[in-house]
Design a protein around this ligand. Structure first.
Ligand SMILES: [Zn+2]
Length: 276
């Protein structure tokens, strides 16, 4: 090779080796609150008997260069400003819908290309229909349950109508999925709460890896006390998924975010700030 060709070749190799790494950014949205008057509903090991607790309900926006993904779609907007029903065992309410929070970071609902859903329960798909152009990414077993008769606890197909009826784009996921093909955002198979439950691993350049644990547990203590909600699809799978997530968190030194645990809110910057 002549010297000029060698130089060009080296420059090309250098450019390839420093190939653009995608910028990844993560925001936490407020997608409601659920007042639980009998917390023992969430534990079949008799933890939390007689306890009450307000669970947070969170959604997340991930930017991967120019692509945006929403992780979970929160409580239905019909619950905006809902007064807490004093008689209900579970009393949900919503202070702000997702589109109005997106507007605060100059995002329009139409810019959300992927709608990743941890599982099919109403508090995770409530506002999905605000993003009908997005590809719905959901565990195949959870997608199938939308057509079950009778419907399982917490499952209402009305919230995902565009993807069941109108030919909107659906990506039914089995196993894990590297969402953008570069390892920065990975949907993890963590079944048990529902048959197709998933969690999300987001690898951020400054913050490090973040695990959004869906509803594998509802609050941090459950990783220790192994309490499982009596209404879960499969107890053994739930325990295996808890073990998988804690194992990943340990191996990667990841920040674990239990989506319903109010104690975990402070692990990410307060909206509209993002983690990078
Ligand atoms: Zn939930």
């Amino acid at each position: 090779m002549n010297p000029i060709a060698t130089l060009l070749f080296s420059a090309a190799a250098l450019m390839a080796s420093t190939a653009h790494a995608a910028e990844v950014e993560l925001w936490r949205l407020d997608c409601g609150e659920i007042e639980v008057r009998d917390l023992s509903l969430f534990s079949d090991t008799y933890n939390h008997v007689g306890e009450k607790r307000t669970l947070t309900n969170s959604c997340y926006v991930i930017r991967h260069d120019q692509d945006y993904m929403l992780w979970d779609a929160g409580l239905p907007s019909g619950l905006l400003g809902a007064k807490l029903d004093p008689a209900a065992v579970l009393a949900p309410t919503l202070a702000k819908d997702i589109p109005s929070q997106l507007a605060e970071i100059d995002l329009k609902p139409g810019q959300i290309g992927r709608l990743g859903i941890s599982h099919n329960h109403f508090d995770h798909v409530g506002q999905a229909a605000s993003f009908p152009q997005a590809t719905l990414m959901i565990g195949a077993a959870d997608l199938a349950q939308f057509r079950n008769t009778p419907l399982p606890f917490g499952v209402d197909p009305a919230f995902v109508k565009p993807w069941l009826d109108d030919g909107a784009k659906v990506d039914a996921i089995s196993g894990d999925r590297d969402v953008f093909g570069d390892g920065t955002v990975t949907i993890l198979s963590t079944p048990g709460h529902t048959p197709g439950e998933t969690s999300l691993l987001v690898r951020l350049a400054e913050t490090g890896p973040v695990l959004l644990s869906g509803d594998v547990v509802h609050f941090e203590e459950q990783f220790e006390n192994r309490g499982v909600p009596g209404f879960n699809f499969d107890r053994a799978e739930t325990l295996a998924s808890m073990e998988r997530l804690t194992g990943i968190a340990k191996a990667l030194d990841a920040t674990m975010i239990v989506q319903h645990d109010p104690n975990d809110i402070s692990k990410l910057p307060a909206f509209p700030k993002s983690a990078k």
